[in-house]
Design a protein around this ligand. Structure first.
Ligand code: SAM
Length: 244
């Protein structure tokens, strides 16, 4: 069921149930009361990543505080998409963008991966999680993908989940078109791996290509920046073996 984009949607951490009041945060209350200038009884949508989406009525209590009363569940809680998005961390601005686009494009879990050429190793996963939640809020996504702690590529591969196919964006594949390789994928449990700005090392590429659960794909004849590659790869994956 598609999201209602006409109504304002807010993420709240609270449990959501009919009639049980939710107090928005101070910035959220300010936004509702003083930016959107919503009055008593105005309705918005609430979600918490667990209880689906609820239509809620606003009850202001002064200029700075408000209470939201859930009235009716408008969408049930969907499961997380079965798509693990593995990415080498990038510098802050591009990383924020990459996380938001991965959520919009249907990633179910975000897994930072430290490779030999990864420049960024200290990662603020709280900030990345806030980016993922904001993307979900803006795009009507109810299942908020968790951002996991960074993991070295070797460990990720050593502990790989049986039955999940890893689509490896390999800038050194000799062809340009990813579709033939993707159309041969049979698994529905999928993962995608995009490298850092410095690319994968030859040793990493050999290791990945030798694994039975890995499918290497090209992303056209040009080298894409990692955040561009992320969106391009997610688009072709969703359009061939994903949920588009
Ligand atoms: N160091 C690499 C080079 O200069 O050849 C570029 C790496 S690229 C900036 C970052 C990542 O995006 C790559 O590791 C790969 O995962 C993905 N990527 C970029 N262009 C690609 C392409 N044409 N085909 C497949 N993957 C690509």
């Amino acid at each position: 069921m598609r999201a209602n984009y006409r109504m304002q949607r807010l993420y709240v951490p609270d449990d959501l149930a009919e009639g049980s009041p939710v107090e928005p945060s101070a910035p959220q209350a300010h936004y509702l009361l003083n930016v959107l200038r919503l009055g008593d009884g105005a309705e918005i949508l609430l979600f918490n990543g667990r209880d689906g989406e609820w239509r809620a009525a606003l009850a202001p209590s002064g200029r700075k505080k408000a209470v939201l009363i859930p009235v009716e569940q408008t969408r049930t809680q969907p499961p997380l998409p079965d798509l693990l998005y593995c990415f080498a961390p990038l510098k802050q601005g591009r990383l924020d963008y990459l996380v938001q686009k991965a959520v919009e494009m249907g990633a179910g879990v975000l897994q930072p991966v430290v490779t030999q050429h990864t420049q960024v190793t200290k990662l603020g996963t709280d900030r990345l999680q806030a980016n993922a939640t904001e993307a979900a809020e803006q795009c009507g996504i109810l299942a908020i993908p968790p951002v996991r702690e960074p993991m070295k590529l070797e460990r990720l591969l050593a502990e790989w989940e049986p039955g999940r196919r890893l689509i490896f964006c390999d800038e050194d594949v000799g062809t340009n078109n990813p579709l033939p390789a993707l159309q041969a994928v049979e698994e529905r449990s999928l993962a995608l791996l995009v490298g850092p700005e410095g690319g994968f090392s030859d040793a990493e590429r050999r290791q990945l290509r030798a694994l039975p659960f890995v499918t290497a794909i090209p992303l056209g004849p040009r080298i894409l920046r990692a955040d561009t590659a992320a969106v391009a790869a997610l688009a072709v994956l969703q359009a061939t073996v994903g949920d588009w």
